[in-house]
Write a protein that binds this ligand. Structure first.
Ligand SMILES: [Zn+2]
Ligand SMILES: [Zn+2]
Length: 553
């Protein structure tokens, strides 16, 4: 019997973000991506969410390598944390590894890093697997599809995937090799990107967006132009650079990540801009402002990003006015709409002329829509299929698409974070779940769970009221207090009256209970909590967190 292959999905199935899977055979594990997700409004104080890496950490002696399919945060963001637990080689394209290297250096982990660059078409052993790496088009350069040649046949992982037939760098998704693999030896299992599986049609080519951007920039003659984009979207930056050259402007990079990525991409020959046409923001004052084309971060309304700072008038570099044009070369990621709207409002207050993907075609998705996914399925003709990279509804949409393309229902296996499957001679067996919890990062990694998050939500919804009281249980007396301290509950001057009422209610109930010979300190704490809670509710109809501090002498 050929050796079975087990795949454990540790993240990215049920959400957009924190993609990570463990793929193993004969007891040897390779990690496929190790990304993070950003905390949302429902996760107060959470900087990032990692996949639950317990499975990998507990089996660290069996983990042999990691493949980074591309350099987006949802694929490499948790790599430093993984590497802080194990020193393993990381395989990826030179651009991907350049950004991984920076991430590791930031955390002093460069010595843990054994970075092994791969080129398109390479076929080499990674841990126990014979892996082949194919080019794929996406919204970042140099992403790779991975074909795992295993005893169970070829397992093809699409990576983040679109079919751009006219990519900026001419590097197309290698459909012909996928077709050849489908023909011989056949693709046993396909794992494919589901992000846009519920969007009909096909995504626009990046070059089409470039043409639109260039003509929009041409039409802003005599004005300073600022374009917000992702710092990792090097092809978009390339098209802005081309537009700058064509319209006699100077491309000015603003923001640390923008500067870093542009340098890396130029060093690797991925981004081509004549020296005369590119400057850093430090040089902005020396330039004719009407000839500046500034590219910056902040397209998602991120609080610390350059554009957000400009919108609130706190930019160190730029004060915007009616001579400025801002182009959002992006689309708000679900969850970021409010933040983006507030940046747009801020820009409007400065009299800035604003364009965005809702008004002009200045953005396209990096993820293939239904027609592109159908093409992938029809070329790959997989025997088995697991939709990956998507919220649950996206995974289901991709499942339905595969069935519409002729796959039998039972050959499409819907999995979620934590699910483990095994591919053997008999096909795929679903082994159940090993967990798939969220690992929250707030300063330190972990030690933050549902209890603390629930407390934070209560605090942010209603503030807190603390009642401090000191009792002599034997003599049945209140020695000190009750003192009431609150934050985030009621405005001054009404506050003093409410606090006094809480203190009075707690005092009255405690004095009653102190006569009871069975009453202990726990019971007293409960009484203080109830009296305070009841009074708070009666007087204000609000629900702050009530914290009774009852001490005994
Ligand atoms: Zn991506
Ligand atoms: Zn992704």
């Amino acid at each position: 019997m050929a050796a079975p292959v087990t795949i454990t999905f540790l993240g990215g199935l049920g959400e957009i973000g924190r993609n990570c899977a463990a793929i193993e055979t004969e007891g040897r594990i390779v990690v496929l991506d190790c990304g993070q997700m950003f905390g949302g409004d429902d996760l107060p104080g959470v900087d990032a969410v990692f996949p639950d890496l317990t499975y990998l950490i507990e089996n660290a002696d069996r983990v042999e390598a990691c493949i980074a399919t591309h350099a987006h945060e949802d694929h490499i963001g948790a790599l430093p944390y993984l590497l802080s637990h194990m020193a393993i080689p990381i395989y990826g394209s030179p651009f991907t590894l350049g950004l991984v290297d920076h991430k590791l250096r930031e955390r002093g982990l460069q010595n843990q890093a054994d970075l092994r660059p791969i080129s398109d078409g390479d076929r080499l052993n990674v841990g126990p697997f014979d892996c082949e790496f194919l080019p794929v088009t996406h919204s970042i350069p140099s992403g790779n599809i991975t074909a795992f040649h295993t005893e169970q046949g070829v397992i093809l992982h699409s990576s983040d995937f679109k079919l751009d037939l006219t990519p900026v760098d001419g590097r197309r998704t290698d459909l012909s090799r996928i077709g050849a693999l489908a023909h011989d030896p056949g693709i046993r299992l396909l794992l494919a990107d589901s992000t846009n599986a519920d969007s009909p049609g096909a995504s626009k080519s990046e070059t089409e967006i470039g043409r639109n951007l260039a003509s929009l920039i041409r039409s802003q003659d005599g004005r300073r132009v600022i374009v917000a984009s992702f710092a990792s979207h090097v092809h978009r930056i390339q098209q802005l650079a081309d537009a700058a050259v064509e319209s006699g402007r100077i491309l000015v990079t603003l923001g640390l990540s923008m500067r870093r990525n542009v340098k890396l991409a130029r060093d690797l020959g991925i981004l081509r801009v004549p020296d005369a046409n590119i400057r850093d923001i430090d040089d902005l004052d020396e330039l004719d402002q009407a000839r500046a084309l500034i590219v910056c971060t902040g397209s998602q309304g991120e609080p610390r990003a350059a554009l957000t700072q400009m919108a609130i008038g706190r930019s160190k570099w730029l004060q915007l006015d009616a001579n400025d044009t801002v182009i959002f070369s992006s689309h708000p990621i679900p969850g970021n709409e409010t933040a983006v709207a507030s940046v747009r409002n801020g820009l409007a207050r400065h009299g800035v002329r604003v364009f965005h993907s809702g008004t002009v075609d200045v953005h396209t998705s990096g993820h293939g829509k239904q027609q592109e996914l159908q093409t992938l399925h029809s070329v790959a003709v997989p025997e088995w299929f697991v939709p990956v990279h998507g919220e649950y509804a996206h995974l289901v949409a991709h499942q339905e698409l595969a069935v519409r393309m002729g796959m039998p229902d039972e050959r499409v296996v819907l999995c979620e974070d934590g699910d483990q499957i095994v591919l053997s001679d008999e096909g795929i067996e679903h082994l159940g779940s090993i967990g798939g919890d969220h690992l929250y990062v707030d300063g330190m990694v972990g030690d933050l769970g549902s209890t603390v998050l629930a407390e934070r939500r209560t605090l942010s919804d209603g503030g807190f009221v603390v009642v401090v009281v000191h009792l002599d249980m034997e003599r049945g007396e209140i020695l000190a207090g009750p003192d009431v301290i609150s934050r985030g509950w009621v405005e001054v001057p009404a506050l003093a009256g409410h606090e006094a009422a809480v203190a009075d209610a707690v005092e009255a109930d405690l004095l009653d209970a102190l006569g009871d010979p069975d009453a202990d300190i726990e019971r007293m704490t409960q009484i203080a909590r109830r009296a305070a809670g009841r009074t708070v509710n009666d007087r204000t109809r609000r629900r702050p967190m009530i914290v009774p501090v009852v001490r005994e002498d």
